[in-house]
Design a protein around this ligand. Structure first.
Ligand code: HEM
Length: 374
């Protein structure tokens, strides 16, 4: 596709077309969606127009991912301080403790271990739960609700209405508890911002927490598991990393590029008719950036289909680009680095227990069902 039809027409329904952009340079250009033209108008928006809002969808449509400036700027500013690299660095000792604890539990198990269930999934969940102030022991509920919401984005059959109601009710109860007894956590601070008015509306508050829970649940788990899998598939690279752990950060960047945890950006909607690299895009069309394709673009990366942890300056777009660039990138990078170092140090002979693990059949994300190791 990148060579023959880089801006690919995926479908056409009722006068609305859906496109997929696959080349690195085009993806970056698209994701600069809020790059305003000289007359201050924008080309693409992340906010769908003409979509009827009901109670079910409002808690999603007010996510910062789905809104444009100035609302986007206001919402992002509220949580940015919790996610900047300096604040995140302070979490390092706690993340290491959690990783050690999980490894201890893995050591007590007999037979093959599922690296996803026993490590890659709980680690980021416990971290984000503590940061937000939601009980980590409820993680299986969040997993179910996150899965439902993502599956709905894929038009798959789910108990969507029931699960969204349960999720909303759960958050309502939690917000009441935190209002009565504020803690030193992100939810308590956002509740205060909501009470002070102006900065955050009720629905925006729900959307923010739902977004952070989903983003914190469904992505870093893939980063850890996919990078471990790539290392298993490439024993020479695994050896190299074991010989010199100073390559770990690079290995994480290469893992992000090679098996990008998020396959596609969220939707961009054309704000006007335009020519985009030879294709006629009409106002209202939906355009998606294929991040995983861009990350394998031969015109940007030499030997793009090779996994090489010593690759210099891996300028991938796995975290997106532009104003919606991933807020959680410093956290995900730190968790990934700690995870790899801890796992490889604790298990010098770790290897795959089955030849070919299954990729989950989900459109937006690239992750494995399980990753059994011995
Ligand atoms: C945005 C990827 C981890 C929070 C994004 C985007 C991507 C992405 C591609 C941009 C989507 C778009 O432009 O349509 C990833 C990957 C992760 C990861 C690959 C892990 C390896 C996290 C974590 C959090 C997080 C741990 C926080 C808990 C967010 C938020 C946004 C976002 C809040 C929206 C930012 C905005 O609209 O300004 N992420 N993410 N992400 N991510 Fe992540």
């Amino acid at each position: 596709l990148r060579q023959h039809d880089p801006i690919f027409l995926m479908s056409q329904q009722h006068n609305q077309s859906s496109w997929i952009v696959t080349k690195y340079d085009h993806v970056k250009e698209l994701l600069k969606t809020q790059s305003f033209l000289k007359d201050q108008s924008k080309l693409f928006s992340t906010s769908p127009h003409d979509t009827p809002q009901d109670e079910m969808t409002t808690i999603f449509q007010n996510m910062m991912l789905d809104v444009d400036p100035p609302d986007h700027t206001r919402l992002r500013k509220l949580v940015q301080p919790y996610f900047n690299p300096k604040t995140i660095k302070n979490l390092q000792p706690r993340i290491e403790d959690i990783a050690d604890q999980l490894i201890m539990e893995m050591n007590n198990k007999k037979g093959p271990i599922d690296l996803i269930n026993d490590f890659a999934f709980p680690l980021p969940i416990i971290v984000i739960s503590e940061l937000l102030g939601v009980p980590a022991e409820d993680r299986n509920k969040f997993r179910r609700w996150s899965n439902t919401i993502l599956a709905a984005a894929d038009d798959m059959e789910t108990d969507f209405v029931e699960d969204v109601q349960a999720f909303t009710q759960y958050l309502t109860r939690l917000f009441e508890e935190r209002r009565e007894e504020p803690q030193d956590d992100l939810i308590s601070n956002l509740l205060q911002a909501e009470e002070e008015g102006e900065q955050l509306s009720r629905t925006e508050l729900y959307s923010m927490i739902v977004l952070l829970i989903i983003a914190g649940h469904e992505t870093t788990v893939n980063l850890i598991a996919n990078t471990m899998y790539a290392l298993f598939e490439h024993p020479r690279q695994m050896e190299r990393l074991r010989e010199d752990f100073s390559w770990t950060e690079n290995a994480i960047e290469e893992g992000l590029r090679y098996y990008s945890p998020v396959d596609f950006s969220t939707a961009r909607w054309a704000e006007k008719d335009m020519e985009f690299h030879g294709k006629h895009i009409q106002r209202g069309d939906l355009v998606l950036a294929s991040l995983s394709s861009a990350n394998r673009d031969e015109s940007k990366f030499e030997r793009a289909d090779e996994f090489d942890i010593t690759r210099k300056e891996v300028q991938h777009v796995a975290f997106g680009f532009g104003i919606h660039f991933c807020l959680g990138a410093p956290l995900a990078r730190l968790e990934g680095k700690i995870a790899l170092e801890k796992l490889l140090n604790a298990f010098p002979d770790i290897r795959l227990a089955e030849q070919k693990p299954n990729w989950r059949p989900v459109f937006l994300l690239r992750g494995l069902d399980n990753l059994y190791v011995n």
